[in-house]
Design a protein around this ligand. Structure first.
Ligand code: DX5
Ligand code: ZN
Length: 216
């Protein structure tokens, strides 16, 4: 069976010691780190700019999975790519032509992802599936860490898994929001490839053991 990718979210880490957090999650066997970017407009919170990403890039080889929760991803994505992002994921809910941005991100030799909030159905992004490297399904309303996993998102994961497998799309399914040792297995059984987890990992007394508990 293929190994699930664990992407700890720095949003819940201690911002005064991010280098230590990166070391701990790498030691636990995580290959990715999830970086939430918030503009105070698309979501009611502000977090992590390109200068922070650039500094972190110098101290780790982890895959930087950048989740842009911003109203204008076209204006900002390159700053994150130049700072060392390995993937850029932006939201479908913003009204603009998504294909040119997906193509531009991929042309810069990093992965391109599309994300949907809980109320957005898979049908809205179906036409993009042949072109994106990952789909990020939000299982909480975006904006804050530490919220509860929305169980009614599980059929959405299963439905997307079915479409990707049937068409043999080369596209990962990533789940973001409320992931802990229980909800992780539910998501993997439904077909998830990548699990983001913030509060569960970083509020734990033992970050390394918390990351390890998520590997299915
Ligand atoms: C929420 C962010 C998530 C968040 C997940 O808007 O996109 O990545 O950090 O945190 P937890 O695992 O605490 O729900
Ligand atoms: Zn996220």
């Amino acid at each position: 069976m293929k190994k699930t990718i664990i992407a700890p979210s720095l949003l819940s880490a201690n911002f005064a010691s991010l280098e230590n957090s990166l070391k701990a999650i790498a030691e636990a066997g995580a290959d990715w780190v999830h970086i939430d970017v918030m503009d105070g407009h698309f979501v009611p919170n502000i977090a992590i700019g390109p200068a922070v990403v650039e500094s972190l890039r110098k101290v780790t080889k982890l895959f930087f999975d950048v989740h842009l929760m911003v109203t204008n991803p076209g204006q900002y994505w390159q700053h994150f790519q130049k700072a060392g992002a390995n993937s850029i994921t932006f939201h479908d809910e913003i009204e603009f032509d998504k294909m040119p941005l997906i193509e531009a991100i991929k042309a810069s030799n990093i992965k391109a992802g599309i994300s949907i909030k809980p109320k957005t159905p898979i049908s809205k992004i179906e036409r993009l599936l042949p072109y994106v490297d990952l789909v990020l399904i939000m299982t909480v309303e975006p904006g804050f860490g530490g919220q509860s996993f929305m169980k009614d998102m599980v059929p959405k994961i299963e439905y997307l898994r079915g479409i990707i497998d049937k068409n043999r799309y080369n596209c990962l399914i990533e789940i973001d929001g409320g992931i802990n040792a229980q909800t992780s297995s539910v998501c993997v059984e439904a077909g998830a490839d990548v699990l983001v987890s913030g509060n569960y990992i970083f509020s734990s007394n033992n970050v390394i053991e918390a990351v390890k508990s998520l590997f299915i």
